[in-house]
Each structure stands twice: as structure tokens, then as C-alpha cells.
Ligand binder design. Structure first.
Ligand SMILES: [Zn+2]
Length: 302
């Protein structure tokens, strides 16, 4: 396929609320947040109001949730010079919990927590869910904390984190929606996710989830793939995202992060032929998504 002169497509209206008031100004939108290392952009693709909202939800995962982890993994930051290098960590000791300051790049375990979501409610047999359901939380670490003074050499760390599933789900929704606009154009599908991204719908779990009980290989690169599934006479566009796997984790069990899923919207009939296969059951779809992701070129540069 020939390369465009500009690598980034011009959209010309807000991909979330549809505003095309050019006087008010439209800004470029990073497909994967810049703070997570994303480079690919949609040009003139968000209005001021919606940019405020997406910045806020991205700030949740890139700010507090990922601060230590991003420093340890050396992920892009706007403030490289002022970046903190030491972060607190709680350790379990005989006298209870003790806080120590550790260097993020060499010492800090830099835990990354991610939820093991269920399938998006829309892909359940009955087509919806009431809530997020039972969701386990996994965590991955960059470094074991070690000391020669201990018999085992390893210091038990203490890690507890309350994740905001809705906010994390909205970030995944944002990435999925941007990728779909990039892939199919703004008119290639009826989008479901803008209302999720903008916080107009509370049932994030109906559109966002993960392949149940399956985890990426620990050293797999960031990658994504689209697929189509038929549900109640509609052909739905599904997005599967593998991220945070290739970060050099020190976990011993070698289980990587989840495969996140998003139901992006309904495919327009003229786009259906882009998909050689329209799935009808989610089990087959999940297996195919994971198999395809194995072959996909990494998009860490996306
Ligand atoms: Zn907007």
C-alpha cells in the first residue's frame, strides 16, 4: 500500500461529539495517549470540550496509576528533566509495614496493576451485563526488592491498589475508537464508544472487557487487531488490545497482562467485506483474535 504524504489522516470534526465548528478550533488527537508512548495522531479530530475530558481520563492512568511504572519503564514524559526518580514503597517487616524510598529504574518494584475483566456485556449470550462482575486484579513488577541480608534474598513488598474500572475502561474505549476512525474513517461505522469516553453512559462494562481467563505472553509487544462478529442481525466491530506486556517484568509466573476488548460499534455494510470472516460466537472470536495478535507486527511505535 502506498504511503500518504502526511502519515496522519485529517478528520475535520470532533470524533467524540461530532462538532465541526472550525472557528472554535479542533486539535490533533493521539490514538494511543502520548503519555503511554503513542505517536500516531488523527489531525483536527477533537473539540476543546472533548479534549478536556480525554485528558482527564488519560491523566488517571498515566498520572497516579502509572507514575512509578512509567519512570521505571522509561515511557515518554513531557517533563523528563523534572521527573522524579525515587518513589516510596511499602515493605512487610517483622514490625509491620515500613516505607522506603527506592530508585524507580534500578530498585523499585514499580508494580503495574491491571484488572482481569470479563467479556464486554454486549458479547455475553444475553447481550448485556449488570455490572463489572467478579474481576480479579493482577500485578506485575519491574524489579524484585532484594537484599543480601535476608536469607531468601528477597524482601516481601506490600501492594494494594483500588483500580477505577470505569476510568480504565474509558481509556481503552478512547484508544479503540481512535483506532477505528483511523482504520475505517469517521463514516465507516456507527460508533458506540464516544458516549463511554465522554462519560455519558455508566455501563462501561457492556462495551469494554477482556478475553476471559487468557493472558498475553509476558514479553509480547504492544499490538491490536480488529474483528467482526454478528449479533442480533448487526455486524459489530470488535477491537482487541494487548499492551504493557513487553516491559521487562520480573514476575516469575510468566503470565502477561490481559487481552482487552472493546465493542467499537456497528460496521457499515460497505465495510463488511474488509473482514474475510464474520464470527458468530465469542469463543471462536477470542481464539482467532489471540492467534492473529501473535502474527501482528508490534505497534509500540504507533
Ligand atoms: Zn467534541
Amino acid at each position: 500500500m502506498a504511503k500518504n504524504v502526511s502519515p496522519y489522516p485529517l478528520i475535520g470534526k470532533c470524533i467524540y461529539c461530532g462538532a465541526d465548528d472550525l472557528a472554535a478550533g479542533l486539535t490533533d488527537e493521539h490514538v494511543i495517549p502520548k503519555s503511554l508512548g503513542g505517536k500516531h495522531q488523527l489531525r483536527e479530530a477533537t473539540c476543546v470540550k472533548c479534549t478536556d475530558i480525554t485528558k482527564r481520563i488519560e491523566g488517571y492512568i498515566t498520572g497516579s496509576h502509572l507514575a512509578v511504572f512509567r519512570t521505571a519503564a522509561n515511557v515518554f514524559t513531557r517533563h523528563k528533566k523534572n521527573r522524579r526518580t525515587e518513589f516510596p514503597q511499602l515493605l512487610r517487616t517483622d514490625n509491620g509495614l515500613k516505607e522506603v524510598m527506592l530508585d524507580a529504574k534500578t530498585e523499585h518494584p514499580a508494580p503495574l496493576s491491571l484488572p482481569h475483566f470479563n467479556l464486554p456485556g454486549l458479547l455475553h449470550e444475553k447481550g448485556s451485563a449488570e455490572n463489572w462482575g467478579d474481576v480479579g486484579i493482577g500485578f506485575w513488577i519491574k524489579h524484585e526488592i532484594s537484599t543480601p541480608k535476608l536469607p531468601t534474598g528477597r524482601v516481601p513488598m506490600y501492594h494494594e491498589e483500588k483500580l477505577d474500572f470505569d476510568l480504565l475502561g474509558r481509556v481503552i474505549a478512547k484508544i479503540a475508537h481512535c483506532e477505528a476512525v483511523n482504520f475505517l474513517g469517521i463514516d465507516g461505522f456507527d460508533p458506540y464508544l464516544p458516549d463511554i469516553v465522554l462519560g455519558h453512559r455508566n455501563d462501561v462494562f457492556n462495551l469494554i472487557g477482556a478475553i476471559e481467563g487468557r493472558y498475553a505472553p509476558l514479553e509480547a509487544d504492544m499490538a491490536w487487531v480488529f474483528a467482526a462478529i454478528r449479533k442480533q442481525n448487526k455486524v459489530l466491530l470488535v477491537y482487541c488490545l494487548r499492551m504493557f506486556a513487553n516491559m521487562g517484568f520480573a514476575n516469575l509466573d510468566k503470565i502477561g497482562p490481559p487481552y482487552f476488548l472493546a465493542v467499537v460499534g456497528e460496521l457499515h455494510p460497505d465495510k463488511v467485506n474488509l473482514f474475510p470472516r464474520i464470527f458468530i460466537d465469542t469463543g471462536t472470536l477470542s481464539i482467532e483474535l489471540m492467534a492473529t495478535l501473535k502474527k501482528v507486527k508490534p505497534v509500540s511505535n504507533n
